[in-house]
Design a protein around this ligand. Sequence first.
Ligand SMILES: C[S@@+](CC[C@H](N)C(=O)[O-])C[C@H]1O[C@@H](n2cnc3c(N)ncnc32)[C@H](O)[C@@H]1O
Length: 283
Amino acid sequence: MGTDAGTTGTRHEVSTPEAWDAIAAGYDEFVAPGEAQFAHAGLALAGLAPGDRFLDVAAGTGGLSLPAARLGARVLATDWSPVMQERFRARVREEGLDAEARVMDAHALDVEDDGFDVTGSQFGVMLVPDQPVALREMVRVTRPGGRVLLIAYGSPAEFEALQLFIAALRVVLPGFEGLPEDPPPPEFQVADPDVLRRRLTDAGLRDVSVETTLQERIEVRSGQDLWNWMLGSNPITGAIVGDLTADQQATVRKVLDGMIRDRSGGTGPAVLTAPLNIGVGTA
Ligand SMILES: C[S@@+](CC[C@H](N)C(=O)[O-])C[C@H]1O[C@@H](n2cnc3c(N)ncnc32)[C@H](O)[C@@H]1O
């Protein structure tokens, strides 16, 4: 995000299995609960049916895998973070679902060719450094005629939580540049729906469609809520605020608090939206 941690050179060191392990609890508590609505919409667009074999790539704590398993699919959830997977397994045990979890890198899936009816990734393959390779892996493991689903963020300029956070950071770091634009951070490499359509087609999919009308709705009641969401959602945020003093961090939360109260009018939660691109194609 325009600091050293945000430049392409150091960015990939921030995104490591250990870094995602470290935020797994925050992701599960603050971020994953808001994902159910668009996860269901994505699975419906991909035509997932009870009994289907479903592979989730970069599955985290199960934002897409849990809805798929609750629908009656037979789920394999993969992720490079063992701590994310432990949280997923605990939920699967609690609910008695038909799902297993295995640690693997999205760029080299350790599963057979053509083994799944539907392969999906929500906010996972969206952000990996070699996305074309990861997309080709998703196509390889999906049976001919099966479906591949990718859920990704749309334009960062319309990602309200992110823009409020950048504005609050600028109060304590007036020179803070925000997100680089060329190239964008890996999280926003398919924010343009035409780029997503092209990448899915280049990966070997046909009948590709990209749905752009759905949004993520992030409900927050305070500056602390928004702080928790931002730090839970991606290790990059912690790397950036880790450079601030405790006083500066407190100031950022206070500024965020004022912004949230302005948005909500002091009653109920503020709802911050982020645009989504949901791509589906046939293998
Ligand atoms: C933003 S979270 C999304 C989690 C989940 N799919 C969801 O929608 O809630 C990104 C996930 O990608 C995983 N991840 C990042 N890079 C990866 C890679 N190269 N291989 C496998 N998993 C990766 C992280 O560990 C994290 O669980």
